[in-house]
Design a protein around this ligand. Structure first.
Ligand SMILES: *Cc1c(COP(=O)(O)O)cnc(C)c1O
Length: 491
């Protein structure tokens, strides 16, 4: 437009004056504001600040007291509808009351994945600096789609991709893109795999996360192109079974496209033998993908790096920072170690984007199916700078240690507990001696309903199990002890 900030404001101001003179309806600005309010829909700067500070206080208060809040609360649908629903608000309602309703009703009826006794599925122990990064990005309406439209956020995204690649031990040439989570990041990697090696068969196993076969199906693979192999007795992919399946498909004239290894399964935390899988992929020229949505952060620690040997050989890797990297929802990362492959798969260059795209700089809108996208990298960037990489490594190591501590406590009472899958990358599975699947579910339900703690039940090779995922660094040995005691008690 060529108008500076002040000029454009003055113009708007005089337009508004004219409007008032012709008796147009009053804009929804507060009377006593001498200037045009800065908010698009009319809040004054004072109101914006007051509400903003109030929200920050509400969030920090919750951080200080969350240990004593119920770890999960499930509402009654009628009740929630009554409080949160109702008629479309045609005219303004009190924002203070709405903020409080939001915190006390909408956001109180959830699982609190950042609670120190949240052990179910995968916790989400978000850190405050990461939350600040998300808030700031939203406040500035950050965009990271084209280079011309968001070169700053693009460099932030490239920076966190290379920082994370370094922390995981991935090769220097690794590129990446940030998405909403593991599901979308795996989907993105699968699209790249197909665009690089061509259509063919994908190999998974029975412990692969359920969203992966769903992804492949909706990419258009037929049932006959999705091979789900049985896991071995430690619930890992069996290299021998994999190679046999590949060779049998080649004999049938099919083309193997993609092997999916898992770095830390959601069920038991175990990692597939990634080195052997990589050898097989190299021999047959197949794309090697590693789903590390849950477990890849373990590669930042010494013991975890050993367990995940071979991760560095993958063509693509997925990691969910909203799980084990202390970021608020949502954030998933897709890494691709073949330079240019992401852009070859997703680039589009229509005439209406010519002004903002360049050939020599990255446009993140060309690295997945998302075009207009906020900068999800800001939170990771701000939190890595605020805490330093070593704090992340220590916090991940603590998650690994806590599962081992839980295993020690369980083994100390052999007449009560049996270990069904030892502590691996922050997960331990166990059973109450002599308990049925129903007993396990009843006890897990009881402790969740009490609000004290929550954990998952699962089935390992047909055997019912209880499962703790211990990746919150705020969890204490006592949290684990009290949770186990509560579980073992008679009703
Ligand atoms: C959580 C998870 C996913 C799915 O990720 P979302 O962020 O929930 O979309 C995929 N794979 C594994 C191993 C996971 O743990």
């Amino acid at each position: 437009m060529g108008l500076g900030h002040c000029t454009s404001r003055a113009t708007k101001h005089s337009l508004q004056k004219n409007a008032e003179q012709t008796m147009a309806p009053k804009p929804p600005f507060s009377e006593n504001s001498p200037q045009v309010p800065p908010d698009t829909l009319g809040l004054t700067a004072d109101e914006m600040r007051r509400l903003g500070y109030k929200m920050v206080d509400m969030v920090v208060d919750r951080f200080e007291h969350r240990d004593s809040e119920p770890v999960v609360t499930i509402g009654d649908a009628n009740d929630l509808n009554q409080q949160l629903g109702g008629a479309l608000p045609e005219s303004p309602m009190d924002p203070d009351a709405s903020l409080e309703l939001m915190a006390n009703v909408a956001l109180a009826h959830m699982q609190h994945g950042d609670h120190p006794r949240y052990f179910a599925r995968v916790p989400g122990p978000a850190s405050f600096a990461a939350i600040l990064g998300d808030w700031m990005g939203t406040g500035f309406n950050s965009i990271c789609a084209s280079w011309g439209g968001g070169s700053g956020p693009a460099v932030v995204e490239s920076t966190v991709v290379s920082w994370l690649a370094e922390m995981l031990g991935l090769p220097d040439q690794t590129e990446g893109v940030l998405l909403s989570g593991g599901s979308m990041a795996n989907f993105t990697a699968f699209c790249v795999a197909r665009s690089e090696v061509g259509r063919g068969v994908a190999y998974l196993m029975d412990q692969t996360h359920a969203s992966l076969p769903r992804n492949l199906k909706h990419m258009g693979l037929s049932d006959d192109e999705i091979r789900v192999l049985p896991s071995d007795d430690r619930l890992r992919m069996c290299p021998k079974a994999l190679e046999q399946a590949i060779e049998s498909d080649i004999r049938k004239g099919l083309k193997p496209m993609l092997v999916v290894g898992t770095a830390g399964t959601t069920n038991t935390g175990v990692s597939d033998p990634l080195r052997q899988i990589s050898d097989i992929c190299k021999r047959h020229d197949i794309w090697m993908h590693v789903d590390g949505a849950y477990g890849a952060p373990a590669a930042m620690t010494k013991a975890g790096r050993r367990a995940l040997q071979g991760l560095e050989r993958a063509d693509s890797v997925v990691l969910d920072p909203h799980k084990w990297l202390f970021q608020p929802y949502d954030l998933g990362m897709c890494f691709v170690t073949r330079p240019g492959a992401l852009d070859r798969c997703f680039s589009m260059n229509p005439e209406y984007l010519k002004d903002v795209q360049t050939d020599d700089q990255v446009s993140y809108g060309n690295r997945s199916l998302e075009l207009t996208r906020r900068s999800r990298a800001l939170k990771l960037w701000l939190s890595l700078r605020t805490y330093g990489a070593s704090a992340f490594r220590q916090a991940v190591q603590r998650g690994i240690d806590l599962a081992e501590e839980a295993e020690r406590q369980l083994r100390a009472e052999p007449e009560t507990w049996e270990i069904l899958s030892p502590a691996q990358l922050g997960v331990v599975c166990f059973g109450l001696k002599g308990a049925t699947a129903d007993d396990h579910s009843r006890r897990a339900d009881r402790i969740s309903q009490s609000g004290f703690a929550t954990l998952s039940t699962t089935t390992l090779k047909g055997k019912s199990a209880l499962r703790l995922c211990t990746i919150n660094p705020l969890t204490t040995q006592d949290d684990i002890r009290l949770t186990l005691r509560h579980l073992s008690e008679e009703e």
